[in-house]
Ligand binder design. Structure first.
Ligand code: PMP
Length: 281
């Protein structure tokens, strides 16, 4: 199996990461997950753009161009003969004697990317899944796709232990986002998701969904909504690179839309599928 290490495609077993890599010691780095459908990278420009933005926000200078990065990723997918799956990529600040502050001299970021087969979660998408409300205890820069994921991990684990697919996080009364997804509600035929501020990651899937609403005359707004709004919603769904448009049919003990995926949710699933099909045309 081949991976990318600092820009070169190499055998996975040849790669060694230093124990003083700042990603390993501090989570001092950023990452992206890109969907691959039939060997094609979905919304690749948007993901690469967000990667560079995340890097900039924590003052990591990526030592290659977006174009070079993209070419290598496509080469990796080709080399590994990936059909449907994901690319995971991460960039850390690099390796240096442990100290909290940035290294006092310029160091080279550590860049790793690998592929993994991952099917579309079709059964869950057809039937819907459960969500668990969890208090959002994360820091205040959730707009950065940082390797620091402890808050997200603890939330997801809590959901998993309750037999749920996703944690639906809230800061007090306000719904923020899932542990690895964005949250949408539908009320009176209007799709609502909170504005992308520092409190959430502005999901690429979220942006595709809003675009699809706009292009297809589905009413939508970016507006803060509460735990109560969520409980009284006609439909609820989450979005992410790996889960696409995923219906939430139960939250804690409360059923949403009698425990079935809603009509606008299903419409968006179909529109999203069309968007994926365009990749292969
Ligand atoms: N929020 C968080 C916290 C996430 O981890 C993710 C998935 N990476 C998302 C939202 C959804 O983002 P995207 O649609 O770009 O995968």
């Amino acid at each position: 199996e081949k991976i990318i290490f600092n820009g070169e495609i190499v055998e996975k077993s040849e790669v060694n990461i230093d124990i003083e890599d700042r990603g390993y010691q501090f989570g001092d780095g950023i990452y992206e997950v890109i969907r691959v459908y039939n060997g094609h990278l979905f919304t690749k420009d948007e993901h690469i753009q967000r990667l560079y933005e995340s890097a900039e926000k924590i003052s990591i200078r990526i030592p290659f161009s977006k174009k070079d990065l993209m070419q290598r990723l496509e080469e990796l997918v080709e080399t590994n003969q990936l059909d449907t799956g994901i690319i995971y990529l991460q960039i850390t600040r690099g390796t240096y004697t442990r100290q909290h502050g940035f290294p006092s001299e310029e160091i080279i970021p550590t860049y790793v990317a690998y592929t993994r087969e991952m099917p579309i979660p079709q059964v869950s998408m057809d039937n819907g899944v459960k969500g668990l409300l969890v208090e959002d205890i994360r820091w205040l820069r959730c707009d950065i796709k940082s390797l620091n994921l402890l808050g997200n991990i603890l939330a997801k684990q809590q959901a998993a232990e309750a037999g749920c697919y996703e944690a639906i996080q809230h800061r007090g009364e306000e719904i923020t986002e899932g542990s690895s997804s964005n949250v949408f509600i539908v009320k009176d035929n209007c799709v609502i998701t909170r504005p992308a501020t520092n409190l959430i990651l502005n999901g690429i899937t979220r942006q595709v969904i809003l675009k699809l609403c706009k292009e297809n005359g589905i009413e939508y707004k970016e507006q803060i909504f509460t735990v109560n709004d969520l409980k009284q919603a006609d439909e609820v769904f989450i979005s992410s690179t790996t889960s696409e448009v995923m219906p939430i049919v139960q939250i804690n003990e409360l059923q949403i839309n009698s425990g079935t995926p809603g009509k606008i949710t299903k419409k968006l699933q179909n529109l999203f599928k069309r968007e994926i099909e365009k990749l292969s045309e």
